[in-house]
Write a new protein. Structure first.
Length: 581
């Protein structure tokens, strides 16, 4: 894939005027730096060397000029450092916002494949390195190009032969730098992979910290983390080894160049082709020629890290959602809630076995339907197809007689509410989490939704009521309390279609009873699909649909299915006998 240079440069556009002013100041400060050795040469050669007509005022005026230049240089450096980093930070913010917004558009299948820790690394580390390239890259290249070219021209005008003698070392130094730059870049690339692995390991372990502690497996997690941490250490050691060889090699070249200037320059002084002030000037300017090459590795490393970060950024930006709205997609002012599966088939990946095959099923508006069946029968998958979290791979899924692929995803999902077994609450207050169901809801609407969900009383018992902080994932609440908040959120959303995915399976009996009462109220007047974990909880469903690997095996009421003495009857008997045992 060709590097998208046009896209890369486009992020400068909003800040182009400020960025160009930063480059202009960098150019001026570099030019000022070139003037200092010339002023030193002027003092030592044109003023102090003339003992007969020594004019001390010229020294003072030259010193005053140097002070003025120092002031200008400091102001310029301040502007470059402050505003240059600000430009980089603004661009980093824009990139991060664009990346996060794009991630929000991606389908479930993308997040099924990707590790959260590695995605976090792309949003943070990669873009930080990229912002450094955006800011420092052009600035450093201009600054060191001006210094190198200016120093070479000035030295060549002072003494061409000594300048060429110094210049002979530079191609060798450049070649040495390029060789070790490649070695260092490989080490840096490996290091980026290792730090991503650490992020993924930390995210995985901390997200499951309750499971870790419940099994008393802290030592296992520490061991797994230490494996990744040691791999990271090995990658850092490779970087430090390459850096040590490079910087010591460059230092050796600098010493050789300085030694050459001193010896060759001294011989020219003896032969009266160079004076002492010119030798001092040469020694001052040598660093201007060597420093750009010395900085080449850092600049090239910065370039490599930044471009790698941008490539990884574009990998995600170029990832298209697996599910996209068609042009002229339909909006949904209201839904009746009729759902039809017509010979629907679905598989998560092309190389995986189908989860659903040739399934046909109709659910009437306002009907209360329960889905039961063995694990792996596709109950949750079937419900995930309704809001288009995944797309059917064959057949049609219709809502109110219209294929769901013709609806805008956002509009469709506004009319579908889901209460799951694994409740996710955001870090924040009770009020903020309930309002998530309808972001423009008033406080009165929030309180009413909480009352309907049997949550108002326990909320008012919290230290700050609706303004109480609940912690990440609602860690300060019990399972039943979290579930009631999630139900209040759906009450506020007021959907036409309700999906209950084993919503009470993880609750104790008392909490289950309270939540069940809320769910029954929530289901009134809505098309409701319940994925049942315990068959005893869905005996009053208007219709129970039994799914297996082949599709719908049987359906009917609880009584009629028991009378058939088929698959449902066996499942129910198995559950009853396990309770008795």
């Amino acid at each position: 894939m060709r590097f998208p240079i046009k896209k890369f440069l486009s992020y400068y556009k909003p800040y182009l005027r400020l960025f160009l002013s930063v480059l202009f100041c960098a150019l001026i400060t570099s030019a000022i730096a070139l003037v200092y050795p010339l002023l030193v040469r002027y003092i030592t050669k044109d003023i102090l060397a003339d003992e007969i007509s020594l004019d001390i005022e010229k020294v003072y005026w030259t010193g005053a000029l140097m002070l003025v230049l120092t002031g200008l240089q400091n102001i310029g450096n301040y502007f470059v450092d402050f505003k240059g980093h600000e430009v980089g930070a603004r661009m980093e913010r824009d990139l991060r916002s664009e990346l996060f917004a794009h991630m929000q558009k991606l389908s479930f299948s993308f997040f099924d494949r990707e590790k959260t820790g590695k995605l976090m690394s792309r949003v943070t580390n990669d873009l930080l390195l990229l912002s450094e390239l955006y800011h420092h890259g052009p600035e450093d290249y201009i600054k060191y190009l001006v210094r190198f070219a200016g120093a070479f021209v000035i030295l060549f005008l002072i003494n061409p032969s000594l300048t060429l003698a110094v210049f002979c070392f530079l191609p060798v130094l450049g070649f040495f730098s390029l060789i070790f730059n490649k070695v260092l870049n490989r080490a840096l690339t490996k290091n980026k992979e290792r730090i991503s692995d650490i992020h993924a390991r930390v995210e995985d372990s901390l997200s499951g910290i309750r499971v870790v502690k419940s099994f008393a497996n802290e030592n296992i997690e520490i061991q797994k983390f230490n494996v990744e941490n040691n791999r990271f250490l090995d990658s850092r050691k490779n970087i430090y080894r390459a850096e040590a060889i490079f910087f010591n090699g460059v230092e050796t070249f600098i010493q050789l160049i300085t030694l050459t200037v001193i010896i060759y320059g001294s011989s020219k002084i003896v032969h009266h082709t160079l004076d002492l002030s010119d030798l001092i000037t040469f020694l001052l300017y040598v660093n201007f020629m060597v420093e750009p090459i010395q900085r080449m590795t850092h600049m090239s490393t910065q370039l490599q890290e930044g471009l790698t970060g941008f490539t990884r950024f574009m990998e995600i930006m170029n990832t298209k959602p697996a599910i996209e709205d068609v042009s002229h997609a339909l909006s949904l002012p209201a839904l009746e809630g009729k759902i039809e599966f017509k010979q629907v088939g679905f598989q998560y990946e092309q190389d995986l076995d189908p989860v659903i095959t040739d399934l046909s099923l109709t659910i009437q508006p306002g009907e209360y339907v329960a889905l039961v069946g063995p694990s792996g029968a596709g109950k949750t998958t079937l419900c995930s197809l309704i809001p288009r979290f995944y797309e059917v791979t064959s057949g049609e899924l219709l809502i109110d007689g219209i294929d769901v692929r013709h609806f805008e995803q956002k509009e469709l999902r506004k009319h579908i509410g889901t209460v799951q077994q694994d409740v996710y609450l955001f870090d924040g207050t009770v009020r903020e989490n309930i309002r998530y169901g309808f972001p423009v809801a008033s406080d009165a609407q929030i309180i009413e939704a909480a009352r309907q969900a049997n949550a108002h009383d326990f909320i008012m018992s919290l230290p700050n009521g609706y303004d109480s902080e609940i912690g990440q994932r609602g860690v300060r609440l019990s399972g039943g309390q979290k579930q009631r908040l999630s139900i209040a959120r759906v009450f506020l959303k007021d959907p036409a279609i309700l999906i209950l995915d084993e919503a009470t399976s993880s609750l104790d009996n008392e909490s289950e009873s309270i939540v069940k009462e809320s769910l029954d109220l929530l289901a009134r007047g809505r098309t409701t699909i319940v994925i049942a974990h315990r068959l005893s909880t869905i005996r009053n469903a208007e219709r129970i649909i039994v799914l297996n690997k082949k599709g719908v095996s049987e359906q009917g009421t609880h009584r009629s299915l028991l009378a058939k003495n088929g698959e449902y009857s066996r499942l129910y008997s198995r559950e009853f006998s396990s309770k008795s045992g």
